[in-house]
Design a protein around this ligand. Structure first.
Ligand code: BEZ
Length: 390
């Protein structure tokens, strides 16, 4: 309670320091949303799905949130951390956006969070799991509609241990998302007596897996844990099978390994088990309606990224409704989200004190073109929010 009151004071102080964006204050004026997402490179499809989901929710509300029309400005961040600060500054200073929505890549998201924190601009992160965003970099004006990298990794550490595997090799891209996913896995797996015998890495977005797959074959672990996503995940699953490892050494992953990728992975993905906060077969009225509307609108099946984009828009709507469209009322905006129960297609979730979803993590298995829910691996899993002081 004391921490919550302190947070609200911090937001009020921040709001007083932030110049009011005149364009957003004009009664009835549009709210400008800056979409900073990857539209090229290995995460391009993820960026498009997030935008689709976001726009679909706004459309369902008649094009308005909190009584204000929504206008979009877009930038392709190319999943390139070196360009991130310039890109986000352009959105804030040149385009005068009221709200930032982005992004997919953890390194880019950390640059966005720094600028958002320094300027007090509202930021909703619709994918990137960088633990720091809702850890040491947390702020009253920063929210996440997706997950922390720790969450699916931790849930899978428990599953792999429960399935009796003792010696595991991990393989991932060497950047925040891969490192933190493996760290989450390690925390749960070692607690239950497992051992990580080798951590293999390659630079993002490299997909030359051959030498590392040869090393896995030589190490002969009980199982492999991995974090890859987008185009890289497609190639990894296909190369794992082509190297003759599928069926010999069980492959587990954070669910990005098989989400939005099954069409391209084909039979090589069949049977893979992953952990994630969404699955294709939840069969709830909320998810069925979402999936039907998405398929009609975009002629595509939705994936976890579409859900996260949709929920980012829902979260913006909840905040804007509470302040009647006045984005300068940051304390009230934050207070509304902190007590909200977000009615997501994934199942309802709340936000932790550090503004990360507290959510069920599903154990899924690939059956045909679906990530089918096997069970809830971990109920209402909250990221520890280590280092967050609001
Ligand atoms: C990340 O960089 O945080 C990330 C990218 C793709 C999928 C999941 C996480």
């Amino acid at each position: 309670m004391k921490r919550f009151a302190t947070s609200l004071l911090a937001v009020a102080a921040l709001a007083a320091l932030t110049p009011l964006a005149a364009h957003a204050q004009a009664a009835g004026g549009k709210i400008k949303v800056g979409l900073m997402l990857p539209y090229t490179g290995t995460f391009a499809a993820l960026g498009t799905a997030i935008e689709n989901g976001f726009r679909m929710y706004v459309q369902e509300q008649g094009g308005k949130l909190g009584g204000r029309e929504i206008e979009f400005v877009k930038v392709d961040d190319e999943s390139d951390p070196a360009k991130a600060t310039d890109n986000v500054n352009k959105l804030i200073k040149r385009d005068n956006v009221d709200v930032l929505v982005g992004t997919v890549h953890s390194g880019v998201a950390m640059a966005m969070a720094k600028v958002a924190k320094d300027t007090g601009t509202l930021l909703i992160v619709p994918n990137a799991g960088a633990d720091a965003v809702t850890g040491p970099m947390c702020a009253p004006n920063i929210f996440r509609s997706s997950f922390s990298n720790w969450q699916p990794g931790f849930a899978m550490g428990e599953v792999v241990a429960q399935r009796g595997h003792k010696r595991v090799v991990t393989i991932t891209w060497k950047y925040a998302a891969g490192d933190e996913s493996v760290r989450g896995f390690r925390e749960a797996f070692e607690k239950r007596g497992g051992q990580i015998v080798k951590e293999l890495n390659l630079p993002f977005p490299n997909v030359e897996f051959q030498a590392l797959l040869t090393e896995i074959a030589a190490t002969k672990p009980d199982a492999v844990y991995t974090f890859f996503a987008g185009g890289g995940a497609v190639k990894f699953v296909k190369d794992y099978a082509a190297a003759g490892l599928k069926g010999r050494i069980p492959l587990y992953g954070a669910g990005f390994l098989t989400d939005g990728t099954l069409q391209a992975q084909g039979a090589d993905a069949e049977g893979l088990m992953t952990t994630l906060h969404y699955a294709d077969s939840l069969n709830t009225p909320r998810d069925n309606a979402f999936r039907l509307n998405y398929a009609k609108a975009f002629k595509l099946q939705p994936d976890v990224y579409a859900v996260q984009g949709y929920d980012a828009a829902q979260m913006l709507g909840i905040g804007l409704n509470a302040v009647k469209g006045d984005v300068s009322k940051k304390a009230e905006f934050a207070a509304a989200l902190r007590k909200a129960r977000i009615d997501s297609p994934r199942g309802p979730f709340t936000l932790s004190a550090s503004h990360n979803p507290v959510q069920d993590i599903y154990l899924r298995q690939v059956v045909g073109k679906e990530n089918r829910s096997v069970s809830v691996a971990t109920k209402a899993l909250a990221d520890p929010g280590r280092g967050c002081r609001m």
